[in-house]
Design a protein around this ligand. Structure first.
Ligand SMILES: O=c1[nH]cnc2c1ncn2[C@H]1C[C@H](O)[C@@H](CO)O1
Ligand SMILES: [Zn+2]
Length: 367
């Protein structure tokens, strides 16, 4: 064989860094720069558990590394506390997008819970406007290198989901692409918020639901078959409905078959799952099986600060653990772009004009 063009290319770290990437599941309050947390905390007299950027970064990563989603979530008190004014929200949003651009992300859906940012008197609309301002500043500075949308999250243990769903609809032509629920999963099933999901369906709105992370199949089933979720936040526990026999034969249960047949996007977040105990290591993460079975897998960061991660780190870890090639990374990226809550023509434009040429240029370099 003389041609090398079709040989699989295992990308170098530099190629992963430069590859166009798409993130659908990235929390605004989970991706602050440690130095910014320190500065903003000083301004509002919020006491932090560490006093240098390095030690604070380490504190977040270590505290989040607990094996429990509930304890992982406790660390957010320190980021949410410093995101209570319009200037702070705008700064955090601007830096967040600057960091995405530096990470090679070309399209991002960034989520946060507006109801958590009203402690100092901001209205929900003011919160969304402040975040929009920061995103717009960074997107304009990046000169077309990235497209960013907000997802508005409601906290599943609270009772404001209807209000937040209405907020998402009110802002849908001003940078908000959809809705989500997040927070502790066990004990707070998605059906608790059925009225919000039914409202969004009547409004032709889009939503994803954190489901199948800390709790298993019933949560995924409710999210899809009761609530009508367009995507699953994590959804990793769908593997509980997949049987792999010793001889390698794979049998899908009815729910797993539905998820695969209907191409339900899975917003997988490998590093976060290892921290919360949803997976024991990257190498043992169900993403390997789900990718092999051609589920609609997407790769995401969840919380870059708590999980000490980035899209480049997530993809590099997957390349190291599973030997994924440039074609595999392109497949994850196109899966994500196809699953975005952006109009069809805009999705196609990014796929055809940014993602495909970007990967082609890397492939032309060889490994
Ligand atoms: O992975 C997660 N599962 C459930 N809830 C989460 C996860 N990551 C962040 N959150 C919560 C904590 C944040 O304060 C909230 C809104 O971004 O969403
Ligand atoms: Zn999440």
């Amino acid at each position: 064989m003389s041609s090398t063009r079709t040989e699989p290319i295992v990308p170098t770290a530099s190629q992963v860094a430069r590859a166009p990437k798409v993130v659908l599941h990235d929390h605004l309050d989970g991706g602050l720069r440690p130095a910014t947390v320190l500065e903003l905390a000083r301004e509002v007299d919020h006491a932090l558990p560490a006093d240098t950027a390095e030690s604070l970064a380490q504190w977040f990563a270590e505290s989040a590394d607990s094996g429990s989603l509930e304890r992982y979530l406790e660390t957010f008190q320190h980021t949410v506390a410093v995101m209570q004014t319009a200037p702070a929200l705008t700064r955090v949003a601007r830096e967040f997008v600057e960091d995405l651009v530096a990470d090679g992300v070309v399209y991002a859906e960034v989520r946060y819970a507006p109801e958590q940012h009203v402690e100092h008197g901001l209205s929900l609309d003011e919160v969304v406007a402040a975040v929009k301002q920061g995103f717009d500043e960074a997107v304009n500075a990046a000169d077309g290198a990235i497209v960013v949308r907000q997802l508005l999250t409601a906290m599943r243990h609270q009772a404001r989901s209807m209000e937040i769903a209405e907020l998402a609809v009110a802002w849908r032509d001003r940078g908000v692409a959809g809705f989500d629920i997040a927070g502790a999963e066990a004990g707070y099933p998605p059906t608790r918020h059925l009225d919000a999901f039914e409202y969004l369906q009547r409004e032709n709105g889009y939503f994803t639901i954190h489901a199948g992370e800390a709790f298993g199949l019933p949560s995924i089933w409710q999210a899809l078959q009761w609530c009508g979720a367009d995507r699953l936040g994590h959804g990793v526990r769908i593997v509980d409905d997949i049987e792999v026999a010793d001889d390698g034969t794979v049998t899908l249960g009815r729910l797993a078959a539905y998820v695969r047949d209907r191409r339900v996007p899975l917003e997988l977040c490998p590093a976060s799952n290892v921290q919360t105990g949803a997976a024991s290591s990257i190498a043992e993460h169900p993403i390997g099986l789900l990718t092999r079975l051609r589920f609609r897998v997407t790769v995401n960061t969840d919380n870059r600060l708590m999980s000490d991660t980035s899209m480049t780190k997530e993809m590099t870890a997957l390349v190291d653990a599973f030997g994924y090639t440039l074609d595999d990374l392109r497949w994850f990226t196109i899966n994500a772009m196809k699953s975005a809550f952006l109009p069809f023509d805009e999705r196609l434009t990014i796929i055809d004009e940014v993602i495909k040429p970007g990967y082609a240029a890397l492939a032309a370099e060889g490994a």
